[in-house]
Design a binder for this molecule. Structure first.
Ligand code: IMP
Length: 180
């Protein structure tokens, strides 16, 4: 793993653009589920900031829960394995569930989570991902709501981390080694 001190960040998506897009996605969700309740399930930890902004913009009855998985180690490469670290607090049977993800990369995490959640008989199950990085996809999965489609770069900020750092950046930034 590279030494975090030699890394530099470059803004990819500015906070104002994120704010605007989160509002648009929320409006789309409100249109799609007009008159109904939606239950947002955030995938910890990366989606916590996206979820907290998104839920406040959805003009419907809402509820939230969180699930935690480990799909990456402390570095930037996928291990190819997904493990459940924290399960939901309550049943999702009969609910309109929207799984809220920070980023869709290989699709391994999402495909695992969809399998787990489908078994629990939600009324509907949709996916909202802030970012979609289609270049690395290994599983045939898609999000119903995508904030931004991005190139094959490692990004941090707005909840996304590198070895637990950078989650607090307000913009989504590309993380590169200083020599690149
Ligand atoms: P996937 O299973 O490969 O689709 O990866 C999903 C998870 O990997 C995300 O929820 C992130 O936690 C992490 N991840 C994938 N790409 C990035 C990235 O560019 N920056 C930070 N985390 C990432």
């Amino acid at each position: 793993m590279r030494d975090a001190r030699t890394m530099r960040t470059k803004v990819l998506i500015r906070r104002a653009a994120i704010e605007r897009r989160v509002r648009e996605v929320a409006r789309q969700i409100a249109r799609d589920f007009k008159g109904q309740r939606v239950h947002l399930v955030g995938v910890l930890k990366g989606a916590c900031i996206f979820l907290s902004d998104l839920v406040r913009e959805i003009d419907l009855e809402t509820s939230i829960d969180f699930i935690a998985v480990a799909s990456y180690g402390r570095g930037r490469e996928s291990t190819g394995q997904v493990r459940l670290l924290k399960d939901l607090d309550s049943s999702i049977a009969g609910l309109n569930v929207i799984l809220v993800e920070d980023i869709l990369d290989t699709g391994l995490t999402l495909s695992y989570l969809l399998r787990v959640l489908r078994q629990r008989r939600p009324k509907t199950l949709r996916v909202a991902a802030l970012l979609d990085k289609p270049a690395q996809r290994r599983e045939e999965v898609q999000a119903d709501y995508v904030g931004f489609t991005i190139p094959n770069e490692f990004v941090v900020g707005y909840g996304l981390d590198y070895a637990e750092r950078y989650r607090n950046l307000k913009d989504v930034c590309i993380l590169r080694t200083a020599s690149r």
